[in-house]
Design a protein around this ligand. Structure first.
Ligand code: AMP
Length: 142
C-alpha cells in the first residue's frame, strides 16, 4: 500500500490558510473542516508551515488570551516534513511515530498533491490487514 492509494480514496483536498491570517480564522477552519491541522500556504501555493492542535494548545498555555492577537505565521511550525505519493504507507507511519507528528503533506515534483494524517494511515493499515485475512480465508476454504 502506497501513499498514492490513500490519496486515490480520500482525494487531493488540502485544508489550507495563509500565514497572515489571524489565529481565530485557523481555529474556525479546523472546526469547520473537522481537521487537527491546517497547512499554511504562501500565495504561490508553496508551503510556509503547518499549524496543528498541539501548536495552538501550547501557545494558549504560554500566551493565554493573547493567543488571539497572533497571526498563523507566529505559531506555525516552519520546517515541514513532506513525503511523496510513491512512498509506502509503512514508511510514513514510521516517520510519524519517530518524529511525533500526525500530518504529512504529500509533494510530487514540487507540487502539493494532498495531505495524509495518522487517521488515514491507520485506516489504510486496517483495510490492508482485513483484505489479507480475507485472502487467507479464501485460500484455506478452496
Ligand atoms: P501533530 O501531531 O500533527 O498535531 O503535530 C505535532 C507538532 O508537529 C506540531 O508542532 C506541528 O506543527 C508539527 N508538525 C505536524 N506535522 C508536521 C510535519 N509534517 N512536519 C513538521 N512538523 C509537523
Amino acid at each position: 500500500m502506497y501513499v498514492s492509494d490513500i490519496l486515490k480514496k480520500k482525494g487531493a483536498e488540502v485544508i489550507a490558510i495563509g500565514p497572515g491570517e489571524p489565529v481565530a480564522a485557523a481555529l474556525a477552519l479546523m472546526q469547520d473542516k473537522k481537521v487537527g491541522a491546517v497547512l499554511v500556504l504562501n500565495e504561490d501555493r508553496s508551503i510556509a508551515g503547518i499549524l496543528s492542535e498541539r501548536d495552538l494548545v501550547l501557545a494558549t498555555n504560554r500566551l493565554r488570551e493573547k493567543v488571539f492577537e497572533k497571526r498563523v505565521s507566529e505559531l506555525m511550525t516552519t520546517k515541514v516534513v513532506t513525503c511523496s505519493s510513491r512512498e509506502p504507507v509503512c514508511g510514513i507511519m514510521g516517520m510519524m511515530t519517530a518524529q511525533r507528528f500526525r500530518h504529512v503533506p504529500v509533494v510530487d515534483n514540487g507540487q502539493l498533491v494532498g495531505v495524509v494524517s495518522i487517521g488515514d494511515v491507520v485506516k489504510s493499515r486496517i483495510e490492508e490487514a482485513e483484505s489479507e485475512v480475507e485472502a487467507l480465508r479464501r485460500y484455506i476454504v478452496t
